[in-house]
Design a protein around this ligand. Structure first.
Ligand code: SF4
Ligand code: SF4
Ligand code: SF4
Ligand code: SF4
Ligand code: FES
Length: 860
């Protein structure tokens, strides 16, 4: 029986029950009937420019465009009538007259074979058989289905075609991500609409007139000189070879597709990896994560190609530094087991610490936590533990719990949005897209507070650029203004703590927020990644602002905190936090320096990249008798290890991660493991067995598979109780805490330290790949956009520094050479550089006490 929400229509004689009002072209495709639609993008308004989607509809005059026709009850549609086919051939011939491939309209197409030399026309310069898009090209398919080769409808047969009459523009191959070859372009404008309507970036537009009409990036120059952020949304929709991924241009015909998750940030965008010969050759956005949906960023799209197998660990290692040598996994495990057993026997289990990671799966972290429990040591944490511990404390103090009920999907539906972060478009790019969606599509009011100017600022009613360390206090000041506007603050504990002096900027922000919307509020905060004091202050202030804007009851659901690493939430849920009287990461490193912590087991963590005061971190790791690291790459932390076990990359791994939206998402192994490596979970299980043998104890029997690890986790944690594969496939989400309390909190002022006139700010950049950065690779940021120090023009002028000058960044005797980028993207008095620049080099300048370091910048 047909549901009441559907109507019945007929397509080529077959009945279909469909939703009324939908674009006819989408309904035809969903019915399994091929229809060319070269300028249409599913879900977006019709452009109606190519006319290849012509169909006949009984009762409508002539032929109609299926993309701009809505479905109505009783429609009788024909896509295959002789008149429709003829019309389609004519419009296709018009398009192909200015396309490079003559074969598509050649009557000899059936007589030629792949690789044959064309004997008919010596001006053919380009053919499908020489084109990187061959066999996966929408224009080619549309031509084949329209029978263009045999139809003899080419209007320019035996005449010079327009393609040959005009000089074709040169291709742009000047960036590492994608190529733009305008001679292939059919001017369908899909790319422009993807960039405008899906990304709100407006990097590519239609330019010129008549036969010189072209798609152009920015003002018509190279792609990398425009504001394009290489998200690749335009590549997804380009029906020809005009826009093509560069790394895989000639390889990207996958043998199979594997659905998995991007692990480069806590959005956990779901992706499909196209696999060929056991390696990824292409990545596309995929369904599953209902926030990311059809979008990913440059890291998700091109990160698969960043680190090659030969750059990963291909074997275990035994021994430190120059004394170290490659060793088979069983040898490393036997030696590690014996030495750890000896340490426990001599100093007790409290001499051993363990670090998990937000870059490891929940199952791996869970196995690590079980190993710690079996060993009997409470010293368990992760490098993100300091920052995330402060964030959890702030949420607990504000709302009585750490698992807040709000969904990130509500951000794009909110009428009032406050975005807080170092650079939210860089740290959590796809959420930035959803914030832009809310402003553009629904008229939301956005207030953006960012340490560095970022693309969402263009959509903000008010943008604020707090000076170094002032982020929490500035958010708090806006909350204070809002509360005082209402005459009296809600009667909540701590209300008198919200009393930071206002400024014209905070007044303007409060004004805009007070005037906005219907009360649906989203306060999004991506807290500091390296400074626990700052992170806690930012989240506490953001909670206060959520209460001021949404009211006490709605505030917990209005606050959205974005974790610093992909699986930070899964890490904590898996039990990776200090036990009773256990040391956190800072405590463990201090104990190592003091000599009371003798051994550290590190699962995919890299304290030298993540933690401030690098010198102190290094001396702690060097002081350990045993440092066992399980990782995929030879990071700085691996270089100090006494024992190394080679893990596989996230692309070669099964398991789950829990993202910023508390969605449990499933990683699936797309790649073959690199030679000599095994998944960390099997290393942990084997390590447990090796320890049990050396200590003459029962085997801890750690889980042998991700499914077994998840079962074990579900047994002990109600939030994972129904963590089934099917729920994860449909983006199952954990329940939040039950009833929440509300309280305002004071926000501490951050101290400054060091000597110099400028405050050093840092955060995640959009382009650097985390693993490459950890390896210290020069091309961790392949486009080089973040390999510089942002300096305000006033500060640059005062120091005689020009844009692009080589400068030195000084603080307390440490000097780092870097290139200056003079721009108003940072506030006067602050400088900004990426936390991943040169493998985390900035950490050498950053103090561990949470103060904001003062630096000086000089011409080199
Ligand atoms: S873009 Fe498509 S139709 Fe054009 S030459 Fe390449 S494969 Fe053939
Ligand atoms: S890659 Fe993204 S930003 Fe660049 S032109 Fe394409 S859609 Fe626009
Ligand atoms: S570049 Fe591709 S998507 Fe853009 S107008 Fe040309 S053919 Fe269409
Ligand atoms: S937003 Fe984050 S998870 Fe999504 S593709 Fe980009 S880096 Fe990956
Ligand atoms: S898809 Fe309908 S006109 Fe192009």
């Amino acid at each position: 029986m047909v549901a009441s929400t559907t109507v019945e229509i007929t397509i080529n004689g077959a009945p279909h029950a469909v939703e009324p009002g939908r674009p006819l072209v989408e309904v035809i495709k969903e019915a399994g009937v091929y229809i060319s639609n070269l300028c249409y993008i599913d879900g977006l308004p019709a452009y109606a420019g190519c006319r290849t989607c012509v169909v006949e509809v009984e009762g409508m005059r002539g032929q109609v465009l299926a993309c701009s026709t809505e479905v109505r009850e009783g429609m009788v549609v024909r896509t295959d009538s002789p008149a429709t086919l003829e019309m389609r051939q004519e419009v296709m011939a018009f398009i192909l007259a200015n396309h490079s491939d003559r074969c598509l309209t050649c009557h000899r197409v059936d007589h030629c074979r792949t690789g044959d030399i064309c004997l008919r026309d010596n001006v053919v310069t380009h053919r499908c058989v020489t084109c990187s898009k061959n066999y996966r090209c929408e224009l080619q398919t549309a031509s084949d289905v329209a029978d263009m080769g045999r139809s003899n409808v080419e209007p320019y047969l035996d005449e010079a075609r327009t393609y040959y009459q005009y000089e074709q523009p040169p291709p742009d191959r000047g960036n590492p991500y994608f190529e733009f070859d305008p001679q292939m372009c059919i001017l369908c404008t899909r790319c422009e609409r993807a960039c405008d309507d899906l990304r709100h970036t407006t990097a590519i537009t239609l330019a010129g007139r008549g036969f010189s009409t072209r798609m152009a990036f920015g003002a018509g120059g190279a792609i990398h000189e425009s504001n394009c952020d290489f998200c690749g949304a335009c590549i997804d929709v380009c029906p020809t070879a005009t826009l093509m991924e560069a790394p895989n241009k000639w390889l990207a015909r996958p043998q199979r597709w594997v659905s998995t998750v991007c692990t480069e940030c806590s959005m956990g965008c779901t992706i499909q990896v196209g696999v060929r010969d056991g390696r990824g050759v292409i990545v596309r956005p995929a369904a599953g994560n209902d926030v990311s949906r059809n979008q990913i960023c440059v890291r998700g799209r091109f990160g698969y190609d960043q680190v090659r197998d030969r750059q990963r660990l291909l074997a275990g290692r035994l021994g430190r530094g120059e004394d170290g040598f490659d060793a088979e996994t069983p040898v490393v495990l036997r030696d590690a087991g014996a030495k750890l057993a000896a340490i426990v026997a001599e100093y007790g289990a409290g001499a051993v610490g363990l670090l998990g990671s937000g870059q490891a799966t929940t199952e791996e972290n869970s196995a690590l936590a079980r190993l710690a429990a079996w060993l009997g040591t409470p010293h368990l944490d992760a490098s993100v533990g300091s920052v995330w511990g402060a964030v959890e404390a702030a949420r607990r103090e504000s709302f009585g719990g750490v698992h807040l009920p709000g969904r990130l999907t509500s951000v794009e539906e909110a009428a009032t949005i406050v975005a807080i972060g170092d650079d939210l478009s860089a740290s959590n790019n796809v959420l930035g897209v959803r914030i832009k969606d809310a402003v553009v599509n629904r008229g939301a009011t956005l207030v953006s507070l960012s340490a560095r100017r970022n693309p969402i600022d263009d959509f903000a009613a008010v943008e604020l650029r707090p000076r170094g360390g002032d982020m929490g206090a500035t958010v708090q000041a806006i909350a204070a203004v809002l509360l005082s506007r209402d005459g009296e603050a809600p009667a909540l504990p701590g209300a008198d703590a919200v009393a930071t002096p206002a400024s014209p900027e905070t007044d303007a922000a409060a004004e805009a927020l007070a005037a906005s919307g219907d009360g649906t509020v989203a306060v999004v905060v991506a807290p500091s990644r390296h400074n626990a004091v700052a992170a806690g202050a930012q989240v506490r202030a953001a909670a206060n602002l959520a209460i001021a804007l949404a009211g006490p009851e709605a505030a917990p659901a209005a606050l959205h905190v974005l974790p610093p690493e992909n699986n930070t939430i899964g890490l904590r849920d898996a039990g990776v936090h200090p036990g009773a009287d256990g040391r956190d990461v800072d405590g463990m490193l201090a104990a190592a320096r003091a000599g009371s912590l003798k051994a550290l087991i590190v699962l995919k963590d890299n304290p030298l990249l993540t933690l401030p005061d690098r010198t102190a971190v290094r001396s702690a790791l060097e002081a350990l008798d045993l440092l066992l690291v399980i990782d995929e790459a030879a990071t700085d932390t691996v270089a100090l290890a006494t024992h190394v076990l080679a893990d596989v990359s996230a692309f070669a791994k099964d398991g789950t991660v829990t993202n910023a939206d508390r969605q449990m998402l499933r990683l699936r192994a797309a790649y073959q493991p690199q030679r000599g490596a095994q998944p960390a979970l099997s290393h942990l299980r084997a390590l447990g067995s090796a320890l049990a043998a050396a200590m003459d104890r029962d085997d801890p029997a750690l889980p042998e598979s991700p499914a077994a690890a998840m079962d074990a986790l579900a047994d002990g944690d109600v939030r994972y109780a129904d963590a089934t594969v099917s729920r994860m496939l449909s983006a199952g989400r954990q329940p939040p805490n039950g009833a929440m309390s509300q309280a305002f909190g004071a926000v501490p002022a951050l101290e400054t330290s060091g000597e110099g006139g400028l405050l050093l700010l840092t955060g995640r950049d959009l382009y650097s790949d985390r693993t490459s950065a950890a390896l210290g690779m020069d091309d961790a940021d392949r486009i080089g956009r973040s390999a510089c120090l942002d300096l305000h023009p006033a500060d640059a002028a005062a120091r005689g520094i020009e844009d692009g000058a080589a400068v030195t960044l000084h603080s307390d005797g440490t000097a780092l050479p870097i290139t200056a980028r003079v721009s108003e993207d940072v506030a006067a008095g602050s400088v900004f550089a990426s936390l991943l620049w040169q493998g985390g080099a900035l950490q050498a300048l950053l103090p561990a006490d949470g103060s904001i370091v003062r630096v000086e910048v000089e011409r080199a």
